[in-house]
Design a protein around this ligand. Structure first.
Ligand SMILES: C[S@@+](CC[C@H](N)C(=O)[O-])C[C@H]1O[C@@H](n2cnc3c(N)ncnc32)[C@H](O)[C@@H]1O
Length: 223
C-alpha cells in the first residue's frame, strides 16, 4: 500500500482558500494505486487543479521522484504555494504553475503527457457562480467546487484538450459525479477518438464519486 502523502505542514488557514484533501481526492489516489503497474515508466505527469499537491505527490511515489517530470497547474496562487510545500515535504519534485488549465503549457506539451489527472470543480452551480469563481484574481475557495451547469463548465474546457495532450501511452484520470453524466462524458470522448471507462465508484456521504480513465484505442506502453 502506498502511503497517503503528508499534508500536515498545511494549516486550517491554508484550507480556508485551498481545497483540503477529501473523499474525492482519496478515490483518485485509490484509482491511481490500482493502476500503479500501468503508470510506472511514465515520463511526463500533469495534474490540473493540484490544490494541496496531495495527488501529484502520490503520483511521485508511484512513478519515482527522479524518473518523471511532474507538472501541476492551478488558478489559485495559494494552491500553487501549497503544492510546492507538499513537494518539499514529500521529497517529490513537483513544478506548480499558476495558470488556467494548460494555458501556459500548450502547445509545447502536445502529445507529451503520459499521465493527466483532474479532480475538477464538479459541483452543479449557477453559471454566474463559476464565472465569478474562475476569475484570475486570487484565492477564492469557490474555484475548488463551482462547476456551473451540470458541474461541467470547467471540465468541458479541459476535455477539448485531452487528445492534444496525451502521448501514445497516455492515460487521463477524471473525477466525476452523476450530475456530470459520466457515461455522456465517455461517449463524448469516444467521439473525439479516446476510449474511456469508469474504473472506480464510491459513495461518500451525499456524493456518488466516479473515477473515469481515458486512453487512445490500442494504447501501448513502451517496455
Ligand atoms: C476539487 S479541487 C481538487 C484539488 C486537488 N487536486 C485534490 O484532489 O485534492 C479543484 C482544484 O482545481 C483548481 N481549479 C479550478 N479551476 C481551475 C482552472 N481553470 N485551472 C486550473 N485549476 C483550476 C481549484 O483551484 C482547485 O485547487
Amino acid at each position: 500500500m502506498i502511503p497517503t502523502p503528508i499534508t500536515s505542514h498545511l494549516s486550517a488557514a491554508d484550507f480556508e482558500t485551498v481545497y483540503e484533501p477529501a473523499e474525492d481526492t482519496f478515490i483518485l489516489l485509490d484509482a491511481l494505486e490500482q493502476d500503479a503497474e500501468l503508470l510506472k515508466g511514465s515520463r511526463v505527469c500533469l495534474e490540473i487543479g493540484s490544490g494541496s499537491g496531495c495527488v501529484s505527490a502520490f503520483l511521485g511515489a508511484i512513478c519515482g521522484s527522479s524518473s518523471a517530470l511532474y507538472l501541476t497547474t492551478d488558478l489559485n496562487p495559494h494552491a500553487c504555494r501549497c503544492t510546492l510545500l507538499t513537494s518539499t515535504r514529500n521529497s517529490v519534485p513537483l513544478n506548480p504553475i499558476l495558470t488556467d488549465l494548460t494555458s501556459a503549457l500548450l502547445p509545447r506539451l502536445t502529445h507529451q503527457v503520459d499521465i493527466l489527472v483532474f479532480n475538477p470543480p464538479y459541483v452543479e452551480t449557477e453559471d454566474e457562480e463559476v464565472v465569478e469563481a474562475q476569475k484570475e484574481d486570487g484565492k477564492r475557495i469557490e474555484k475548488s467546487w463551482a462547476g456551473g451547469a451540470g458541474g461541467m463548465r470547467v471540465t468541458n474546457r479541459l476535455l477539448e484538450q485531452v487528445d492534444t495532450l496525451l502521448s501514445d501511452r497516455g492515460l487521463f484520470y477524471l473525477v466525476a459525479v452523476p450530475e456530470n453524466k459520466p457515461l455522456a462524458i465517455i461517449a463524448d470522448m469516444q467521439a473525439r477518438g479516446l476510449e474511456g471507462e469508469v474504473v472506480l465508484k464510491r459513495r461518500a456521504g451525499r456524493e456518488h464519486l466516479h473515477v473515469l480513465r481515458f486512453s487512445r484505442p490500442g494504447r501501448t506502453a513502451p517496455p
